[in-house]
Design a protein around this ligand. Structure first.
Ligand SMILES: C[C@@H](O)[C@H](N)C(=O)O
Ligand SMILES: C[C@@H](O)[C@H](N)C(=O)O
Lengths: 165, 165
């Protein structure tokens, strides 16, 4: 099947909220995102990876503009959830490789991660689909990241995209 | 912007590999996925959420058919990575809601999670994009999950899809 990388996107208007050590049982994810949905808070990434433990962290990203409201909503929910707490991180940015057919081309993720590694940029969060590989990195490194990924994929920078450093 | 849910997909040919307590520093993600890419192992989901610690878990999914080879590749890499170990879980299945514009419609994730919660199904891993919300659940519950999500979204089952229980 055809694979192509159509571009690199980035977003600095990102806040990462992590619900810390929440019981890993049915109904928890629903409670969190129902509360956010009722307040019309748009959620971008939802990322949860589970260990073989009774608790897990659940993180999600929203825009920085919504973070104060979202923090209030989730903090009010902490007792009901039985979570340890909530962490809000506004120092992150999201950088993504966008394309198609990337599942069947394992080298695409490796190349994106190489570009970041070679630039000394630490990958904090990863979430993927067949058409998008998204990483959260430190906001201060986003220009360097976009430029490095463009170089790695030999993509021309579009007008208006971050110019090469 | 338009939002729609076009369908529910499921995949039982899923193995979840977790690289446990790997140093959270540049180059780690590249090392893992470069090794898999060189062996032409197709990777579906990559999920990493980070705590404010020196180590993190990094999990990814592949087909069950590739798991033995992938386990060998990653186990050989454990010393170089400095990870604690590797966990391979073949008891999972992936269920996804597929559509468009889901970021700007926070209720979609909440409704999917509600369907699973109401069926008593625990969500083990979550990864999302604007066009897909994917959850890993126990393989034994996948029919129940697909049916519950269909009901929640009032979608007609396509010919060939898992019939209502
Ligand atoms: C942590 C959360 O995802 C939980 N496992 C649930 O099913 O809701
Ligand atoms: C854990 C892994 O993602 C690491 N932070 C890296 O940048 O490669």
């Amino acid at each position: 099947r055809e694979m192509y990388v159509s571009g690199v996107t980035h977003d600095t208007n990102v806040a990462k909220l992590t619900v810390i050590e929440v019981p890993d049982k049915p109904g928890i994810a629903f409670t969190i995102f129902d509360a956010l949905a009722k307040e019309r808070i748009n959620v971008d990434m939802i990322v949860q990876s589970t260990k073989a433990e009774a608790v897990t962290d659940l993180l999600f990203t929203i825009s920085k503009d919504d973070s104060r409201r979202a923090v209030k909503i989730i903090e009010d929910l902490i007792p009901q959830l039985g979570a340890k707490g909530l962490h809000c991180d506004e120092s992150v940015a999201k950088v993504s490789v966008v394309g198609a057919g990337m599942v069947t081309h394992p080298g695409v993720a490796a190349l994106m991660f190489k570009a970041l590694a070679d630039s000394g940029i630490n990958i904090q969060v990863i979430s993927t689909s067949e058409i998008r590989i998204s990483c959260l990195i430190d906001q201060s490194q986003v220009e360097k990241a976009v430029e490095a990924i463009h170089r790695a994929f030999q993509l021309e920078l579009e007008p208006g995209e971050i110019p090469a450093a």
